[in-house]
Write a protein that binds this ligand. Sequence first.
Ligand code: ADP
Length: 485
Amino acid sequence: MKRKQASILFKLTCYFVLFAIVVLLLLWLFQVVLFEGFYKSIKIQKIQAATANIASHMEDQDIEPLILEEGKNNEACIRVVDGAYREFYSVEYSSDCIIHKLQNLEIYQYYLKAKDNRGMVVEIIDHDLYFVGESYWGHSVELEGVRDSTGGQSILCVQLVETSGGGELLVMLNSTITPVSTTVEAIRIQLTIVTVVMVVLSCLLAFLLSRSVAKPIVSINEAAKQLAKSNYAVQFDASGYKEVQELSDTLGFAAAELSKVEKLRQELIANISHDLRTPLTMIKGYGEVMRDIPGENTPENIQIIVDEAGRLGDLVTDLLDLSKLQSGTQSLNLTTFNLTADIKSIMKRYGKLTEQDGYDIQFSYAEEVQVLADEIKISQVVYNLINNAINYVGEDKQVLVKQVVDGDKVRIEVCDHGCGIAKEDLPYIWDRYYKVDKTHKRSVIGTGLGLSIAKSVLLMHQAQFGVESEKGKGSTFWFELYLDQ
Ligand code: ADP
């Protein structure tokens, strides 16, 4: 059973909405879930770099501007103290500052930590817990925990610097990490709006796109339906994009071909009925005359009836042959035979024509040749070509059949000096029922199928064949077979 397919609109909308959802999920993941982590690590890196920068320039004469600048750039409080807790430099940027509230004992503890940790300490401190107390380096005092209600976090970076004079300085930087939750909240609201807008936009875009994709296809479909109803004049002019243009061109071409086939079919029916009617009328007419008029019952009249019946038989045989050949059910009966002798015996059949109607039918050959082919079918090709030459013969009534041996091939040519064939008709004469001159009076022999039978036979033999012809000058039909040596 044919599964019902979803429309382009439905499919495109699904894909677009899916795409929008994936993009938004990624945004949510990075902006909301991972934002805090990113933000913190960047802030820590910056404060650490600033601390290291100040520490490395500690002994410069003009350090103060640098400290001020780093403080400003990083919104950080800075404090530099020596072993006796003397303050060398101090920058205070925020009221939440921790380092300026540190008691000596705590500073001393950071000093120890820095010593243990290759001169640098980095800490994230929750604002609701820091210590106050009184201490001096080398003395420890009990610490008191004090709670704060701000709920934020601070980053504290401490670096120990050994001066050239042998002293030690402690560089401390402290910066608050802006409460991320508020930022995240803002982003979340923004993202919610963006999500809604994106989904609506993607639906709209899908709708517009699918309409532009589907419109030409729908119009092609309508035209194709017309074609199915045998309206061959239908126009496939859908455009919009390359593929549709190509489909439209292909269907247009198919319609043109179908209309040709249809025309041929109609011509065939006309031809065949005409071809059948002529001999039938003759047979009927002569039969009636012979029945009604006793004196007309002559052998000549009976011969006419026999000849006409023969023509009918030929027509039916040709039709059957062609349909068998073209259906591919026939196989070749390959034998080695004398082609020259065969052509000679065919020529004999035209003896009467030569005698009675003054035709000059000649066969020229240099030697007798043997070929491996289907004797009956090749004889039929020769017969058909000679028949055509006679049908379209020139005023000289001359038909020349030539046998030319060329290397391992033999070429048979049938020439006449008749009306010839126009260049534009040449490619089509091998088609079934194709006739250059539609009004041409049908001659004694010929069913309109001769050349297409010849073509089918020669194609089965994989033989080369063709025609050279010039309008008004005559035609030369030829084919080539391999010699059987
Ligand atoms: P037909 O029975 O009409 O001759 P064929 O298939 O044998 O059918 O030939 C197809 C068409 O090719 C003919 O209608 C004719 O127009 C053209 N043709 C064939 N042979 C010749 C020829 N020797 N000279 C001129 N036209 C020819």
